[in-house]
Design a protein around this ligand. Structure first.
Ligand code: F0G
Length: 480
């Protein structure tokens, strides 16, 4: 929720009380320098003891509520027929209006099952944009991903409120070129992650459904950030201003054939979900569930987490929860813009995204500017962000580098975890870093895994630039 102060300034408010806390420490500069070197300048490989604020992701790191924790106590542990599953199914019916629910161990497990059931070698999956794991599973099943976003979706400085919209003329073109029968499904990702957490409009989803239905192409909805997308629809799409988050979600669900999600994100619980109203689609997925995940009533999840997911799905319908990250992300983005730091606009869901190409114009994409910025920002702040650029994009089959559309440093704000002073600190250190940006050089791989290389890859800074940055920081702030 936002309030207007007597100065006229609008600020986001934390709509919760902190009852349980986890201690964090700000590791001294010298420790940070050692830690990032040992991590191969890859923030995924840092230990949390070396991290002050963990803005790597909101996945599995959102704060849980008192009601979620208490629900975990009534979990019904059973291999088959658990009451926790039946309670989850009722919630899925209420929250989404969908009758068939399948728990899976996390979002990518849902992607795996969808690819297994529907993607055949040579088929195509259309997407408003890919996510790393969503593309990997389609490709591993022999399919091909085609992204059909509007041309301006990749402009990092923009006032387009719905950069996550799917381009309908490109959709028609793809049908005409490849034939509807070769399109396994069209995937709409809520609050599109890799282009900066950008939403699509309900109007766009409706038009996508109309065209898809005409050609019998299933619409698959990645709802990992569904509440945030619904909040953007409410605040940015005029005819929905008076609708509740729940009403918007129900309307969206009437336009999709299969919903899947990472509950690690939207429900603050470690798990995932597939849901549909189509018995025939459910029946095609079900046989794979016990093979890869677990029996139909637990799907690889602990029953405690199923209970937490159930409560989390209900809680995200509350506007204070749906807006809790988004409002702080907007504040974060506005503050950085005021300081001249290049950020993705409009502000999206889940994270503040720094445009590394505008931040470090002296670095070519081959020097991995987003990776270099993530490493440099950790060094000067103890804050861990995530590279979302070329390092996150694997080479092609011939080993040639594929340059990412965007080079972003993502600073995720897990729901209800960090406070205003944490955001202010991040803004300050980023502004300082921006003033010293010339000190930041490129990175090169020293260990490069063949698939999803961003997880375990190790890199090395060119010409020891990290030493110069270390010295400049030491001079201005001392050892902390
Ligand atoms: N879809 C989207 C849009 C996601 O953002 C993620 C995960 C997944 C699917 C996969 O879900 O992690 O539960 O297997 N995103 C995390 C992130 C990893 O950091 O953005 P998962």
């Amino acid at each position: 929720m936002n309030v207007i102060l007597s100065t006229g300034k609008s600020i986001p408010l934390e709509m919760h009380k902190v009852r349980i806390i986890q201690k964090t420490t700000l590791p001294p500069l010298v420790q940070r320098k050692k830690a990032i070197a040992e991590a191969g300048y890859n923030t995924f490989l840092l230990r949390t003891n070396d991290v002050f604020l963990d803005m790597l992701t909101d996945s599995g790191t959102n704060a849980m509520s008192d009601n979620q924790l208490s629900a975990m106590m009534i979990a019904d542990d059973a291999y088959a027929g658990s009451e926790s599953f039946y309670r989850l199914s009722e919630t899925v019916k209420e929250v989404f209006g969908l009758s068939y629910a399948m728990p899976v161990h996390q979002g990518r497990a849902a992607e795996h099952l969808l690819a297994k059931a529907f993607v055949k070698p040579g088929t195509i999956v259309l997407m408003n944009y890919h996510f790393t794991t969503s593309r990997a599973h389609v490709e591993l099943a022999g399919g091909k991903v085609i992204e059909i976003f509007h041309d301006d979706a990749l402009q990092t400085r923009s006032d387009n409120p719905f950069k996550g919209n799917l381009d309908l003329s490109k959709f028609q073109e793809a049908i005409d070129t490849h034939g509807a029968e070769n399109i396994a499904y069209v995937r709409m990702e809520a609050t599109t992650n890799l282009i900066g957490g950008q939403p699509f409009s309900l109007g766009n989803l409706r038009a996508v459904k109309q065209l898809a239905e005409k050609y019998s192409i299933p619409v698959v909805f990645d709802g990992s950030l569904i509440a945030e997308n619904a909040y953007f629809i409410k605040t940015r799409e005029k005819e929905y201003a008076e609708k509740s988050i729940h009403e918007i979600i129900l309307e969206m669900m009437q336009l999709v054939d299969i919903l899947y999600l990472s509950a690690r994100k939207c429900a603050g619980a470690r798990g995932g979900l597939i849901a549909t109203n189509h018995k025939n689609l459910y029946d095609q997925l079900l046989p794979w569930l016990p093979v890869y995940e677990g029996f139909a009533t637990y799907g690889g999840m602990s029953t405690k987490e199923i209970e937490a997911m159930r409560v989390g799905l209900t809680e995200m319908l509350n506007i204070d929860v749906a807006s809790s990250a988004v409002d702080f992300v907007r504040y974060f983005v506005e503050k950085l813009e005021e300081s001249g730091v290049p950020v993705v606009t409009p502000a999206g869901g889940l994270a503040c995204h720094i445009d590394a190409q505008r931040f470090l114009p002296h670095l070519p994409q081959s020097a991995y500017p987003a990776g270099a910025l993530a490493a440099a920002f950790y060094l000067v702040s103890g804050i861990r962000g995530m590279e979302r650029g070329t390092i996150s994009t694997d080479r092609d089959a011939d080993g040639k580098e594929i340059f990412a559309d965007l080079e972003l440093l993502r600073l995720a704000l897990p729901r209800r975890v960090y406070t205003m002073s944490h955001v202010e600190y991040a803004v300050d250190r980023l502004s300082w870093l921006h003033k010293h940006r010339k000190l930041i050089g490129g990175l090169r791989f020293v260990e490069e895994p063949p698939v999803l290389r961003f997880f375990f890859g190790k890199l090395q800074p060119d010409n020891g630039w990290e030493d110069k940055l270390y010295q400049a920081y030491l001079k201005d702030f001392g050892a902390i």
